[in-house]
Each structure stands twice: as C-alpha cells, then as structure tokens.
Write a protein that binds this ligand. Structure first.
Ligand code: FES
Length: 197
C-alpha cells in the first residue's frame, strides 16, 4: 500500500491555470484536425504538472456518482476521466486488476483522456454512445478506454490507481500505463446510441 506521507489531496484549480486551460480550449475550438493535434503536443497540458500520488476523493462516492449519471468523473487538472469497471468480471479483472483501483464491489480507472494515443488531441466523452470519441480523426474507445476504431494505435493510456486504507481513490501520476492493444476487448461494449463525432 502507498506511503500516506507522499499522498496529496487534490487542490482546486488556480486562477492562472484555469485561464491557461480556457485559452487552450478557445484556441483549439478554432482549429481543426492536424493543426489542433500539433498544438496539443506543444502546449503545456493538464496532467503535466501533477506528479506522485494524489487522492482524488472518496472512492465509493465517485463510483456511485459515475454509475448514477452514466458519465465519467472529469478531473481537468489531471487530464483524467475516471470510469467504473466491474472487478467481479473475470475478464476485466484479468486485464485491469493489477494496476487499477478495486473497492468494495466496484473498480475505478483513471483514463488519460487529455491525450489521444494517435496525435494527442483531447478525447471527450459521448453521452449518447457511452464511448469516448476523438474529434480530430475519429478514433473511438469504449467505456474502459479500449480501442474500437479509427487511426489510434491502441486504447487510451491510463494512470496507475488504487483505493487506500481510508477509502480514498488515489491516482499515481508518476506511473502512466500504456493503453491496451487494439485486440484487447474486455468490455465488449457496443455503442448504446448515436455517435457524437
Ligand atoms: S488525435 Fe487523431 S484520432 Fe485522436
């Protein structure tokens, strides 16, 4: 289990950081395709300034919120989308059990949706399809961040995470895990409605 002395609580986003991200978002909205992807690689991105273990919040509360709203919990300052997975599913447990958080009857994953594995665009959640869909070149990922289509070479990268002794969901921003291969499909989740992209 992690050393509590190294763990930090998530702090509110500072004004300067907020303004920088807002400017990035406004600039990105006016650019398309490769231009946006190139800019995304050059500009300091959310997640770049977080290191080490950061406690995001009470794991059970985060899982309940995600399940009731059917929407990932966004952590903009970490470039994350937190999703729920089912550790009682043997296929999912085999694929994700080692490096992703497991609580009492639920699992959580910290997907790095700020950077598409293709060319680095941010990958938003699509509520209607219940997938992540990249607006730059159309790569798509299911609810686990597994690749389902498009030019991306793999699934979404994700940070190591765990539930600590106090029930907090902790993300280790010093350990970015390469996304699963295209052939990984633990969830086998079909789109649940119209695509957003
Ligand atoms: S950056 Fe090209 S598909 Fe996402």
């Amino acid at each position: 289990m992690a050393d509590d002395t190294k763990k930090r609580r998530l702090q509110p986003v500072g004004r300067r950081t907020f303004l920088r991200y807002s400017l990035f978002g406004a600039t990105s909205a006016g650019l398309g395709g490769f231009g946006l992807a190139a800019l995304a690689q050059l500009w300091p991105r959310p997640g770049d300034e977080l290191t080490g273990e950061v406690a995001i919040g009470v794991a059970a509360e985060i899982a309940a919120e995600i399940q009731s709203e059917r929407t990932p919990r966004r952590v903009p300052e970490g470039g994350l989308s937190i999703v729920v997975w089912d550790p009682s599913d043997s296929t999912a447990e085999r694929n994700y059990g080692e490096s992703h958080a497991i609580g009492d009857g639920f699992g959580l994953q910290a997907l790095f949706t700020q950077s598409c594995p293709h060319l680095g665009c941010a990958v938003p959640w699509c509520q209607s399809s219940q997938w992540f869909e990249c607006p730059c070149h159309g790569s798509r990922y299911n609810r686990y961040g597994e690749w389902t289509g498009g030019p991306a070479p793999r699934g979404l990268d994700r940070f190591e995470s765990f539930v600590d002794d106090d029930g907090l969901f902790v993300v280790n921003f010093s350990n970015l895990i390469t996304g699963p291969a295209r052939t990984a499909n633990a969830l086998d989740q079909s789109p649940e409605g119209p695509a957003c992209v």
